[in-house]
Design a protein around this ligand. Structure first.
Ligand SMILES: Cc1cc2nc3c(=O)[nH]c(=O)nc-3n(C[C@H](O)[C@H](O)[C@H](O)COP(=O)(O)OP(=O)(O)OC[C@H]3O[C@@H](n4cnc5c(N)ncnc54)[C@H](O)[C@@H]3O)c2cc1C
Length: 328
């Protein structure tokens, strides 16, 4: 691949520079773009740990692609509502999701309309550790609905999906993952097979082990959890025995550094953004940004229940995320 490479900032192989400038400095968002482009397949996306390349001194090929496509290397944070064509609130009639089941509905429509033949989604194990998966049949999508509040190694699955897809790929991710995807798409043809990028609203994400330890400290048995959600400043955990909730602020000590510097609440680079803020319970807020997004949204509006959206509160959260960024 012929791309112009940035200057190394430390001596040694390129991964040493990525490590110094992005990973060890706390800028890394854990999006996984570096892992998805590494020709040595050496970069590890562990949901519980910062991004790593074990034995990089030996195994790194020094190609520089990890640095070239890292959206945080020359980081210019994006913020606000971004450009959009339409905003509405909706609930799927066929999928039960985290909110309105709309992220899943969008992927299902994209399959049914022949836009995609694969979708990269996030499942979980019985203790809520995220598992990224490629779905090839729309009837399997439902089981991956729901939010897992930990970093997902989705980009590694995306790499496989774009190589195997004939029609196109659907991708769901947090704002940083959508930025990683767009960075790759700017130069790498195979990643342009992603035909629909669904961005999830996101205030912060968590390392799996940090969140699991925190919840265990609250006396919550991870295997008992049915659903986790953030609503009106509260982190709510629904278990087989009832409900535990606490202010999200209590989690501030485990918010990763790379999330603290992020200003993008609504995933401004997606084709369609989906979140809970701005909609009534059981509905998702949908921000349509691109032509392909609008094509799918038109069908979605015909098939789903449509509700009222409160744009002011989405704007308020955008501003809050921007304001939360520590000053340099
Ligand atoms: C880490 C995180 C933080 C969030 N924070 C907020 C917030 O502060 N405010 C807000 O309004 N909304 C937030 N959301 C979005 C919200 O939780 C719902 O995902 C969104 O409203 C879509 O709901 P739905 O019912 O339409 O989606 P569903 O139909 O339930 O589909 C959810 C989709 O999300 C994917 N997914 C689940 N977990 C992850 C993950 N860890 N990484 C990538 N993809 C994943 C699944 O594969 C599925 O495709 C957050 C989501 C995540 C993952």
């Amino acid at each position: 691949m012929r791309v112009r490479l940035p200057e190394k900032i430390v001596e040694g192989k390129f991964f040493a520079s990525l490590k110094a400038k992005v990973i060890d400095s706390g800028l890394c968002s854990h999006c996984g773009a570096c892992a998805s482009i590494c020709p040595a397949y050496g970069i590890v996306l562990d949901p519980s740990r910062p991004i790593d390349f074990p034995n990089w001194e030996e195994d790194c090929l020094d190609c520089g692609l990890c640095v070239r496509f890292c959206p945080r290397w020359d980081y210019r944070p994006k913020s606000g509502m971004g450009e959009y064509i339409d905003v509405f609130s909706a609930r799927s009639k066929r999928f039960r999701g985290q909110d309105g089941g709309i992220a899943t509905e969008i992927l299902a429509i994209a399959f049914e309309e022949g836009i995609i033949d694969r979708a990269v989604v996030v499942g979980r194990d019985e203790r809520w550790s995220p598992i990224a998966t490629v779905v090839t049949k729309p009837e399997d999508l439902g089981m991956y609905a729901g939010t897992k509040y930990s970093f997902s190694p989705s980009m590694l699955e995306l790499r496989k999906a774009v190589l195997r897809s004939k029609k196109g790929v659907g991708f769901v991710g947090t704002p940083c993952m959508i930025s990683g995807l767009r960075s790759l798409q700017s130069k790498v043809k195979s990643f342009r097979k992603v035909k629909i990028a669904i961005g999830l609203f996101c205030m912060e994400n968590f390392y799996y082990e940090s969140l699991a330890n925190f919840l265990s400290g609250k006396g919550i048995e991870l295997g008992n959890i049915d659903k986790m959600e953030i609503r009106k400043g509260k982190f709510i955990v629904k278990t087989k025995d009832g409900e535990v909730s606490f202010p999200v602020k209590e989690l501030s000590s485990i918010v990763p550094e790379g999330c603290k510097v992020c200003e993008d609440f609504t995933a401004v680079e997606s084709d369609i953004s989906v979140g809970s803020v701005g909609s009534a319970e059981g509905y998702s807020t949908v921000i349509v940004r691109t032509e392909i997004g609008a094509e799918i949204a038109k069908i979605l509006k015909e098939r789903c229940e449509i509700g009222e959206v409160n744009l002011k509160i989405v704007e308020k959260l955008c501003e809050l995320k921007r304001a939360n960024r520590p000053s340099e």
